[in-house]
Design a protein around this ligand. Structure first.
Ligand SMILES: Cc1ncc(COP(=O)(O)O)c(C=O)c1O
Length: 384
């Protein structure tokens, strides 16, 4: 039996691979520091858990409409109206998905055919390219820096008549880069001119540091003619296992993504959606938590890194730090670090061609773990 050509091109998540080796080592009694998985170290607020439990008690266990409970879509619209001055019709311009991952799938699926291509600003989250490839399209990488500056000639060379979408993720996983207003405007203009769907993944938009400001696709005039915004509940609210994301955009695209939901998950998990309604109710508490717990972790990780001879890019947003390594084989380097020092992190190569020579750590971890992990990385660098 032949395996699908599209799927056989996909190697699987490097983070998951490192995680499974680390787990095996742990089961052999080794002391492992986990800095690989991109997950907040705090759980959802008790009020979110209670709302989810109440929904279960009230038998909210069946299918919901495929685009998600109306009250949740209305709450999302209100949240973005307050946050981004967004005017949108939650009846047909928002669809709830099973995680932001399925939101990206839906957005790419809605505009690509086999043989098309999608431009991904790079370094970039590991799953974008695999999503694109699994749908029979080609992933084309455009190198971008910490402000998402890119080479316009390089972009011109990447675009052809089969270019159907472009994915930008700010704040960025893995680098912590944030797109400037100027660069979002220029990408939007290029997408408008070439009839390319701009998919703006803004899942880390509540994690912003120092004086940096999040520039959303929502800020672009007539943005619905150009692109869609993807967001979700996994990161800000630490609801990774609830599997809830969403897309906001023009009703024409949302209708197609809703078809993807009908075809795949059917709908977001019913009782989880009730938890998400409560999450949006308690956003101010979540923001206090981020201010009091996550921001200090981000500031501390930088202080810790400065104690050693470790080169890194200061994250402007998100929950990761991008470390430079003295090797052009980040996969072997990460494996050797794990074997020798028991620190699990993600090799930069997994984040696309421009990720080589770097590794990613997630800093939303217990401080002691972070301190010990960085100490071991510092030692490893000093010894190698
Ligand atoms: C940039 C980015 N987008 C989307 C996702 C997927 O999130 P979800 O758990 O909602 O599927 C992740 C998860 O790591 C991410 O880093």
């Amino acid at each position: 039996m032949d395996i699908s050509t599209n799927l056989s091109k996909i190697t699987g998540s490097a983070t998951a691979q490192i995680f499974s080796i680390a787990k095996e080592m742990e089961s052999e009694g080794k002391d492992i520091i986990h800095l690989e998985i991109g997950q907040p170290n705090y759980g959802p607020l008790t009020k979110i858990i209670e709302a989810t439990k109440n929904a279960l008690t009230n038998n909210e266990t069946g299918y919901t409409v495929s685009k998600g409970i109306e009250e949740l879509r209305e709450s999302i619209a209100k949240y973005h109206e307050k946050n981004d001055n967004l005017k949108c019709n939650y009846i047909n311009e928002i669809v709830i998905t099973s995680g932001a991952k399925l939101a990206i799938f839906g957005a790419v699926w809605s505009v690509t055919n086999s043989g098309d291509n999608v431009i991904i600003l790079n370094p970039s989250w590991v799953s974008y390219k695999d999503i694109v490839i699994s749908l029979g399209a080609e992933a084309r990488f455009l190198k971008a820096d910490m402000d998402f500056n890119y080479d316009i000639n390089e972009l011109d060379n990447l675009i052809d008549t089969n270019t159907k979408a472009m994915i930008v993720n700010s704040p960025c996983n893995p680098t912590g880069a944030m797109i400037s207003e100027e660069n979002m405007k220029s990408l939007a203009e290029i997408c408008r001119k070439n009839d390319i769907l701009l998919i703006s993944d803004e899942i880390y938009h509540e994690y912003i540091y120092d004086e940096n400001k999040h520039y959303s696709l929502f800020n672009i005039e007539n943005w619905k003619e150009i692109g869609v915004v993807v967001n979700g509940f996994s990161k800000t609210y630490s609801m990774t296992g609830f599997r809830l994301g969403y897309v906001i955009g023009d009703k024409k695209i949302i209708k197609e993504i809703n078809k993807v939901m009908q075809l795949t998950a059917s709908c977001g998990t019913n009782f989880a959606q009730h938890g998400a309604i409560e999450a949006l109710n308690v956003i101010d508490e979540m923001r206090d938590f981020i201010k009091n717990d996550v921001v200090p972790l981000r500031n501390n990780v930088i202080k810790l890194l400065d104690n050693y001879d470790i080169e890194y890019l200061t994250p402007k947003g998100g929950i990761y730090v991008w470390l430079k390594i003295p090797s052009n084989d980040s996969t072997s380097w990460a494996q050797s670090l794990l074997e020798n020092k028991g620190v699990a992190l993600t090799p930069g190569r997994a984040f696309g061609p421009d990720g080589e020579g770097f590794v990613r750590i997630c800093f939303t971890k217990d401080y002691d773990q972070l301190e010990e992990g960085i100490k071991r990385i510092g030692q490893f660098l000093a010894e190698s």
